[in-house]
Write a protein that binds this ligand. Structure first.
Ligand SMILES: [Zn+2]
Ligand SMILES: [Zn+2]
Length: 231
């Protein structure tokens, strides 16, 4: 009986909410209501960590993040985490696009700080496996909202990295060293770049990508991640 009902629901409401699995929408109102947006006014302007005010945090004073300024959509927790998982691993691009659109006001607030959007790339191998690069989908939506161009294939990922989750801090740093290369220098020379990724955790991937861009004479590099870890 249950299976039967599920089949009927699948036919009439094929779209399932990425957060809870309910039928009828990309993301339901309950799930959207549960997402916690990162409040820039009370967070570090570089890494987005909550510190109660908008000043550079101790961690960012100690360690160079590579990029000068960071913007973050939501905290990576609860139903947002499920939605991000469905976006990245189940091919639900609609969820990624919807999540970006929920950050529209935030994106518009810093749209005049960049000229060109560069998504953090995945390797050719990963692209074939997954069929798409999640950061590119995010970049496309930001491009629409902000009216800026995307630097297609500016940045290249040369080799696959091990899953960062399984590694220690030091191993994580080493894991990403030298993995990016620039394919089109002229495209970024003296430009203000917005580097875009789906998730900010340790920040090592973003730093490596930002440093690679700056070494190739990007004017400045800002960063946007759809989500960041809560702590
Ligand atoms: Zn839901
Ligand atoms: Zn910080």
């Amino acid at each position: 009986m249950r299976d039967h009902l599920k089949t009927v629901l699948d036919i009439f409401y094929p779209l399932q909410c990425g957060g809870c699995g309910d039928h009828g929408s990309t993301l339901c109102g309950d799930c959207i209501g549960s997402f916690r947006a990162v409040d820039e006014g009370s967070s570090c302007p570089v890494c987005g960590r909550w510190i109660g005010k908008n000043v550079v945090c101790g961690g960012c004073l100690e360690e160079n993040r590579g990029f000068q300024k960071g913007h973050y959509g939501f905290y990576f927790e609860g139903r947002l985490r499920s939605a991000m998982h469905a976006f990245k691993f189940n091919g639900r691009k609609d969820i990624g696009r919807r999540l970006v659109s929920l950050s529209k006001e935030k994106i518009l607030s810093f749209a005049d700080t960049f000229d060109c959007i560069v998504p953090v790339p995945v390797t050719e191998k990963r692209l074939k496996e997954r069929g798409f690069n999640q950061s590119f989908i995010i970049a496309e939506e930001i491009a629409k909202i902000a009216g800026r161009e995307i630097g297609h294939s500016v940045l290249l990922k040369k080799k696959d990295t091990k899953d960062q989750y399984s590694l220690t801090r030091e191993e994580r740093k080493k894991n990403v060293r030298g993995v990016f290369a620039i394919r089109d220098r002229a495209r970024i020379k003296d430009k203000r770049i917005l580097l875009v990724d789906d998730l900010f955790t340790t920040g090592y991937t973003a730093r490596e990508a930002a440093v690679t861009l700056l070494r190739s004479h990007a004017g400045e590099v800002g960063f946007f991640a759809l989500a960041r870890t809560p702590s």
